[in-house]
Ligand binder design. Structure first.
Ligand code: F0G
Length: 460
């Protein structure tokens, strides 16, 4: 299982294709200007290769599509809900499950139940929607990820790990009763898709047990994390990804899931938890915010596709090819001398925009600028993950994240190796003329999650 002797060829063949369109350079220029130099505001029709996100962009299998035809669209007690409940329990092991329309629906409900005003929620780096729900519920997020996670050059294989000393200091400072739970993501998105090790999780479990603090797992990309444990952590070489996923979950008390990523569906999510009282409260709240507790904002067919997708997501063949494709692109970028976050993560390549455009200050949005330039070059759409995404503190000041990144997120089972070549070549073209690129200024800023809708213009 460990030594990869052969290439990671896709464990599927293609049955249906969607034709791509390539705009002219002049068309791209107009489209980018109309979108306020924000790749979120581009029309998908104006995009050639779409690496904005791996969220909801997967290609479903023929099994999943046939599951869609088996939708039981009953308001209450849909057969598909029970299938989902059964599969999720078998694969992840948590006791109770509540479907939600997507990950942030689960985050909203969980944050409202567990967080009181003034609480502290430590976590291994923030995620945009997760932290915002914690703040809206009256809590304050504290980053307890190891320092090396903030250093794109550091090649430690488990940069998603928690610094237990940072956590102990927080517990001492605020008291365990001010910390309702620790928020732990597998494959830490904002750090570049970096995994947490099983050893670190076990130590975290022991420490939180001592203080009676829950661990809530953001399991959006748990299968990718499990693959890295299999490849890099001693003692797990011979274990299947499926076994490793279940072991990860066993050290935590519950999870929020955006099934739009690892679970290979275009929409869906859930909250899953071992504690009956939290479950009961969540069942009360889901009817207010999402829908009945047996559909949570989803159609029966969506739940069926999710149940099947969960099963496919933990297959060793699937995950090896999925991460293999990401690593292929990353190695190509490295061979061109492009500064990317190392080690290469699970769901995409993250360019270090501070290194790529060292002459642009963080206040002039180097990552936002670079994402716009890559689109202008080739129609490849990427995403800013730097100061724009980080947003403002509750007191109105900007967060200044150490990482100023452009994310090239690879949808699952969608693009080929030849697409990866074109993406790397386009990035190289931009890299060759980087000294001519100027920064931008923000001309419109929305109140929440500003990266989605902010508008920019080029500095003259
Ligand atoms: N947690 C993580 C780690 C995520 O990456 C996301 C979504 C969510 C929670 C929220 O889930 O979108 O289903 O409500 N990430 C997407 C991305 C949007 O592009 O990284 P959601």
């Amino acid at each position: 299982m460990k030594t990869i002797k052969r290439s990671w060829a896709e464990p599927y063949k293609i049955k249906m294709v969607e034709l791509l369109k390539m705009n002219s350079s002049a068309q791209r220029k107009k489209a980018m200007k109309d979108a306020g130099y924000n790749t979120f505001l581009l029309k998908s029709d104006d995009v050639y290769i779409d690496l904005l996100t791996d969220s909801g962009t997967s290609a479903m299998s023929d099994h999943q599509w046939s599951g869609m035809m088996m939708g039981d669209e009953a308001y209450a007690g849909s057969r598909n809900f029970y299938n989902l409940e059964r599969v999720a329990k078998e694969v992840y092991g948590y006791k109770y499950l509540i479907p939600t329309h997507q990950g942030r629906g689960a985050e909203n409900i969980l944050s409202k139940i567990l967080i009181k005003k003034g609480d502290i929620i430590p976590g291994n780096m923030y995620f945009t929607t997760t932290r915002l729900h914690q703040e809206l519920a009256g809590g304050k997020f504290e980053d307890i990820i190891i320092d090396s996670a903030h250093d794109p050059e550091n090649e430690f294989p488990f940069k998603g790990n928690v610094d237990l000393n940072k956590l102990e200091k927080l517990i001492k400072k605020h008291g365990a009763d001010k910390i309702p739970y620790i928020s732990i993501a597998t494959s830490v998105n904002m750090a570049g898709g970096q995994p947490i090790s099983m050893k670190n999780l076990k130590e975290l479990r022991a420490l939180t047990k001592k203080h009676n603090i829950l661990i809530i797992h953001d399991m959006t990309r748990v299968a990718e994390n499990a693959f890295f444990i299999q490849q890099k952590e001693k003692g797990y070489e011979m274990r299947s990804v499926k076994e490793i996923v279940k072991e990860i979950c066993s050290y935590t008390d519950g999870a929020t899931m955006s099934a739009k990523k690892d679970a290979l569906v275009n929409i869906g999510g859930f909250l899953t938890i071992n504690d009956w009282n939290i479950y009961e409260e969540a069942r009360n709240m889901v009817v207010v915010y999402e829908g009945l507790h047996t559909y949570g904002g989803l159609a029966g067919r969506d739940m069926e596709a999710m149940a099947i997708g969960i099963g496919e997501s933990v297959s060793d063949d699937h995950i090896r090819a999925r991460v293999g494709q990401v690593i292929y692109l990353g190695e190509k970028m490295l061979s061109y001398g492009i500064p990317i976050v190392k080690p290469i993560g699970g769901h995409g390549i993250f360019i270090d925009a501070k290194k790529f455009l060292p002459h642009i200050s963080q206040d002039n949005f180097p990552a936002q600028t670079l994402a716009a330039e890559i689109y202008l070059d080739s129609g490849v759409r990427t995403m800013e993950r730097g100061i724009v995404s980080a947003g403002r503190k509750t007191n109105g000041e900007n967060y200044y994240p150490k990482l100023e990144l452009v994310r090239f997120t690879i949808p699952r089972r969608v693009y080929t190796q030849a697409h990866m070549d074109v993406i790397a070549e386009s990035t190289r073209s931009v890299f060759e003329r980087k000294n001519k690129i100027k920064g931008m200024q923000m001309i419109y800023e929305p109140k929440y999650l500003r990266f989605f809708q902010a508008r920019f213009e080029k500095i003259k």
